[in-house]
Design a protein. Structure first.
Length: 337
């Protein structure tokens, strides 16, 4: 956070006193800059909510006024039981209708304001909830420290957000990349072996009793659940294991895309690098917003680490990049099984 913003916040003793309650409630020590940013977020949420409530109350008053005018037109029209009285009420009816039209315009305009503020409130509330949930998940053996950000000359928030969007798309692409055929074959062989073992007949019963063998399949439900196949399929795997493996591997060869495949280590390395780069850009983005709070709003999906201007120092040796990747996976990206 820039020095000017810190100085502005620090000058408000009441804000500091209120924000310190956040650390106490969460049981975690927050850097002063993070306390103040979080408190500002809560205040913005309450302010947006208050505007919505005031506007809603005003809408109720306007609607009540409008509803009271409508019966007056009906009463005046009922009084026009002959042509002579009709002329005397025409101007009154027209005036009331104009008043209703004016109220309709005012109501429509106010409804737009309500919808806009409701949307703003929901975005801020969701961001505040994400921030609290993120802080609650921090290991109590770890701690947060301020992360100073140097704004590159000529930083432009629109360009930054375009770069962030591109990195997010790259991360989705890495997440959805296929696995190597060798991994698919290994996993398939292992499953067929388990299926074959699960479908084998109970020959010990035959030897011990002299009776014909049987597919007793003790603990069948649990075992079938583990291998992900029914009993008949498991028996087929026992009878034709080699043929099943050959057929499955032929199908894998037909569908494999090893040119674009990533093994787990490659996938994690690429995601970590992309997450780290995105976090750097988000830190600059959030710094720009802190310096221009009335010009820009935070994206709902922004990294909380960047939003609060902090980095995690881990007792277990994990780096900030590791946490950036963990949070990225929690933010919209579907983990690969």
């Amino acid at each position: 956070m820039s020095k000017s913003i810190v100085t502005t916040f620090a000058s408000d003793a009441q804000r500091i006193k209120n924000s310190s309650k956040i650390s106490k409630a969460l049981g975690i020590e927050l850097p002063a800059n993070a306390e103040l940013i979080l408190e500002s977020l809560f205040e913005a949420r309450e302010a947006a909510h208050a505007v919505v409530m005031v506007a809603m109350d005003k809408l109720k008053v306007l609607a009540k006024e409008r509803d009271a005018l409508v019966p007056q037109i009906g009463q005046l029209e009922d009084d026009n039981y002959n042509q002579f009285q009709l002329g005397s009420n025409v101007k009154k009816i027209a005036a009331i209708r104009q008043e209703i039209a004016n109220l309709d315009d005012e109501i429509a305009e106010l409804q737009k304001k309500v919808h806009s503020k409701e949307d703003q409130f929901q975005k801020i509330a969701a961001l505040a909830d994400r921030a609290l949930n993120w802080l609650k998940k921090i290991d109590r053996d770890d701690f947060l420290q301020p992360c100073n950000v140097d704004l590159p000359k000529g930083s432009d928030i629109s360009k930054l957000r375009q770069q962030i969007a591109e990195l997010t798309a790259d991360m989705h692409q890495v997440q959805s990349a296929p696995y190597p055929a060798s991994m698919a074959k290994q996993a398939s062989r292992a499953k067929i072996e388990r299926m074959a073992a699960a479908g084998a007949p109970d020959m010990l019963h035959c030897i011990d009793t002299g009776e014909p063998f049987k597919f007793s399949f003790l603990g069948a439900a649990d075992e079938l659940s583990l291998v992900g196949a029914d009993l008949r399929t498991c028996q087929m795997a026992w009878l034709h294991k080699d043929a099943m493996i050959a057929k499955i591997e032929a199908e894998i060869n037909e569908l494999a895309d090893d040119e674009n495949a990533l093994d787990p280590a490659e996938r994690e390395a690429k995601l970590t690098a992309l997450a780290e780069e995105r976090l750097k850009l988000e830190r600059v983005e959030c710094e720009l917003i802190q310096n221009n709070p009335n010009q820009f709003e935070h994206r709902p999906e922004v990294s909380i680490e960047a939003l609060l201007g902090v980095e995690i120092i881990h007792d277990d040796g994990r780096s900030p990049a590791d946490i950036a990747l963990d949070e990225s996976n929690a933010r919209e990206l579907t983990p690969t099984s």
